[in-house]
Design a protein around this ligand. Structure first.
Ligand SMILES: Nc1ncnc2c1ncn2[C@@H]1O[C@H](COP(=O)(O)OP(=O)(O)OP(=O)(O)O)[C@@H](O)[C@H]1O
Length: 360
């Protein structure tokens, strides 16, 4: 089922268009307020945009606004063949897990015993067949979410929407549920909203990064995480990112400061928008400015000092110069010697050979 989506919701500052190929899972990523839930709500038929068009495998689910020709269409949620799995399982409390799952096929006209037989298969498939007779109140959070997955799939939707499906669950149960989702999503057309880099890596073929109601970058998950172009994707990938324009000296930021780096095989055109990306482990931290160093050196204010694995991460806040927050990972010994606390003024330094530059 190919999905094509375009919608504009001016009151929320959202204007987004994208496509999803048949059988593909796309993750919507982005900071709070970026517009992810708005996109899901339009897809599910819960929010009508000012203008928009949604087509699923040739069926028009929505076509409103002057820019779209043809008759006005706005199918109600139950006629879209779109299933939404929310953060909370939202099961009917008075029905057993089995009857919750049988509800979809039953409403679609299947007979009682056929619906229950199908529901039993789905419950087996998501690993809670033995809990079929329990009501939701007697299921754990993870089990209830599995029942909700079974219920969504039993309705045989053409498109599955997942809204942070693991966000409300205990971290102990998320890896197993993620594996189940990975299996059931494999051949399905699906849009998943997530904040979690593991969800993006394990569930999605492709990611779409939203910022301020617009798509700012998209591509295969691994490519976006390896070579992020947006601040959000860089943060998710655990990389530092500085934006600017290319010049012979390196990446020139808006305030005129320059970050020297390697442009790789494809050298950008002079003045083209570029990003400089480098690992936190490549950043050295000094109390006073290192002199005579060929390295990039920037003064920053420490915002946080926190352990990350075997290292200590020193994070700078967003700087008055417009420089977004950066991270430096140093050894515990180095951190102890620096004795840093939030508010300290320090210098971050990175060798040009550690900085990758590519087009924004
Ligand atoms: N019910 C609403 N009425 C009006 N504006 C809203 C409503 N819900 C969200 N918004 C606004 O619309 C914009 C997009 O919000 P949306 O909830 O789609 O973002 P999101 O990416 O899902 O964020 P989060 O990660 O916090 O869930 C934000 O500016 C938000 O303040």
């Amino acid at each position: 089922m190919t999905l094509s989506f375009a919608a504009s919701v001016p009151e929320r500052g959202v204007d987004v268009a994208f496509e999803v190929a048949a059988g593909e899972t796309v993750a919507l990523l982005g900071p709070n307020g970026a517009g992810k839930s708005t996109v899901l709500a339009v897809l599910a038929g819960l929010l009508r945009p000012d203008a928009g068009r949604v087509e699923l495998d040739g069926r028009v689910l929505l076509s409103v606004g002057a820019s779209y020709d043809g008759p006005r269409v706005d199918l109600p949620p139950h006629r879209r063949r779109v299933a939404l799995l929310a953060q909370e399982p939202l099961l009917f409390p008075h029905l057993s897990a089995l009857d919750n799952v049988a509800f979809g096929p039953r409403s679609a006209g299947a007979g009682r015993s056929a619906s229950r037989a199908r529901a039993r298969e789905w419950l087996d498939d998501v690993g809670i067949g033995e809990l079929a007779d329990r009501r939701p109140g007697r299921l754990s959070g993870g089990q209830a979410q599995r029942a909700a997955v079974a219920r969504a799939l039993a309705a045989e939707p053409d498109l599955l929407l997942l809204d942070e499906p693991m966000a409300a669950l205990d971290v102990a149960v998320t890896p197993a549920l993620r594996q189940t989702l990975r299996r059931v999503l494999a051949e399905r057309t699906c849009v998943v909203v997530t904040h979690d880099v593991l969800d993006a890596l394990l569930l999605a073929d492709r990611v779409l990064v939203l910022e301020g109601g617009r798509v700012v970058e998209q591509g295969p998950t691994r490519d976006v995480l390896a070579r992020p172009r947006s601040a959000f994707a860089a943060r998710l990938a655990g990389l530092n990112l500085v934006v600017g324009r290319w010049s012979a000296a390196g990446v020139v930021r808006d305030d005129g400061t320059v970050v020297a780096g390697r442009a790789g095989d494809v050298v950008p055109a002079v003045d083209a928008p570029v990003v400089a990306v480098f690992r936190p482990t490549a950043v050295a931290v000094y109390r006073s400015a290192p002199h005579g160093s060929p390295r990039n050196v920037v003064p920053v204010t420490v915002a946080a000092v926190e352990p990350v694995g075997d290292l200590v991460r020193i994070r700078s806040g967003d700087q008055a110069s417009g420089l977004a927050g950066l991270s430096a990972d140093v050894t515990p010994t180095a951190a102890a010697e620096l004795e840093l606390v939030p508010g300290d003024e320090v210098f971050f330094s990175v060798k040009a050979t550690e900085v990758d530059v590519y087009p924004a």
